[in-house]
Design a protein around this ligand. Structure first.
Ligand SMILES: [Zn+2]
Length: 55
């Protein structure tokens, strides 16, 4: 399964690294806001993407 990781920033300014094809909802670790929603493929990112991280 291919995919990439994204460094994203929540509105609360918390930054975290997420997989861009998540199998479940990704929430902010600080404020619990939903940041990425799964679709079965590429997830829907609901916040700002700072940069992409390629392996
Ligand atoms: Zn947050």
């Amino acid at each position: 399964m291919s995919g990439e990781f994204l460094l994203i920033e929540c509105k609360c300014k918390n930054r975290q690294i997420v997989f861009n094809k998540p199998s479940s909802i990704v929430k902010c670790l600080v404020c619990n806001k939903i940041l990425v929603e799964p679709t079965g493929g590429k997830g829907i990112v609901n916040t700002k993407i700072i940069r992409r991280i390629r392996n």
